[in-house]
Design a protein around this ligand. Structure first.
Ligand SMILES: NC(=O)c1ccc[n+]([C@@H]2O[C@H](COP(=O)([O-])OP(=O)(O)OC[C@H]3O[C@@H](n4cnc5c(N)ncnc54)[C@H](OP(=O)(O)O)[C@@H]3O)[C@@H](O)[C@H]2O)c1
Length: 311
């Protein structure tokens, strides 16, 4: 099959080539991939660390070619969206049925391919905050793949949403259109404290955001795009009266039961209630261009690759 392979001698460390067809385990379906979306995490960590010849890729949408041998998951011919640790950037992927959501008939494969890592993380991280109806929620890195979904889902969940972006002048209107009630340049610019934070940035931003938590509030540490350490000022973690606050870590693959969430999210995207935030879309022969834009911090939203004939 054709696939995007890790090749450190190629631009952006990727080239289109041939790879062996995947052999599904009994609990895996074989899916013919039609679209995939790129995530910051895979483009940085996976492409840099995976061996030459590996087929990376976490998110993919397509059609079930062969149902799982153990009888779990959707039947052959079902349109689906899928998550895995590797193998999405290829014509076929073998994927655990517990990581497969099904699509409504009108779904755009490219649009729903943005769901698993970005929308799945936003949804499950919001769950960690508990009830958000009527409560203030801060989303940092709000213009990114996870952040844009988090802003929309927090709004859908009834929160008062505060979006934090490095450039409110450039992105404020777009974030308000997605549902943000307020847009700030950094957490320390917040007025009232917040009940919950979804932090995609890490480093000093996480520390600042923690400092803006109300009593009983929770910060979910989803991402660390800055690569900087978190250093808390003395006393920040003390348990004095009025300081009952939590920081929790988050790892999407550890979340069980994702398949129904992917199905629900696909319905929201297909119906137009959630904007997938595609800021770049092209054929997979242009993957190197998309990767360069993502790494250069010039993409604010999702990059989608449509798989099509290239040879
Ligand atoms: N724990 C998990 O299971 C999990 C799951 C999904 C994602 N993640 C992590 O969550 C983070 C966000 O993922 P994503 O896919 O949303 O990434 P993304 O699309 O690249 O967005 C990241 C956003 O962070 C902001 N940012 C602030 N400082 C930055 C910097 N120094 N470099 C780049 N961006 C910076 C940018 O927004 P502004 O320019 O508007 O400030 C950017 O839009 C990543 O660290 C990713 O690995 C973790």
């Amino acid at each position: 099959m054709r696939a995007l392979l890790v090749d450190r001698s190629a631009p952006a460390g990727l080239r289109l080539g041939e790879a062996p067809d995947p052999e599904p385990a009994p609990h895996q379906a074989l899916v013919r991939v039609t679209a995939t979306s790129l995530n910051y995490g895979e483009v940085t960590a996976v492409v840099r660390n995976a061996p030459d010849g590996a087929v990376p890729g976490w998110d993919a949408a397509g059609v079930v070619e062969r149902a799982a041998a153990d009888g779990s998951g959707p039947a052959a011919g079902t349109p689906v969206v899928t998550l895995g640790f590797e193998g999405a950037w290829a014509e076929y992927r073998a994927v655990d049925t517990s990581y497969i959501g099904t699509l409504p008939g009108n779904a755009d494969f490219g649009a729903v391919s943005t769901i698993p890592v970005a929308a799945g993380s936003a949804l499950r991280a919001l769950h960690r905050l508990g009830p958000i109806l009527g409560r203030r929620v801060l989303v940092t890195g709000a213009t990114g793949g996870v952040g844009r979904y988090a802003v929309q889902l927090a709004r859908l969940g009834g929160a008062h949403v505060v979006a934090s972006t490095g450039d409110p002048g450039a992105h404020g209107d777009a974030l308000r259109a997605l549902g943000a009630h307020e847009v700030v340049d950094r957490p320390s610019s917040l007025g009232d404290p917040v009940h919950g934070v979804l932090d995609m940035v890490g480093g000093p931003t996480l520390v600042e955001a923690y400092g803006r938590l109300a009593e009983g509030g929770t910060l979910v540490a989803v991402g660390h795009v800055t690569g900087e350490p978190e250093t808390f000022p003395f006393g920040a973690l003390s348990g004095d009266l009025g300081h009952d606050r939590s920081v929790v870590t988050f790892f999407l693959p550890s979340c069980g039961g994702l398949a129904p969430d992917f199905t629900w999210l696909a319905g929201q995207v297909a119906s137009g209630r959630l904007d997938p935030g595609i800021s770049w879309r092209g054929g997979w022969q242009k993957a190197q261009e998309a990767v360069a834009l993502l790494l250069g911090r010039r993409l604010h939203g999702k990059a989608v690759l449509d798989l099509g004939p290239v040879f």
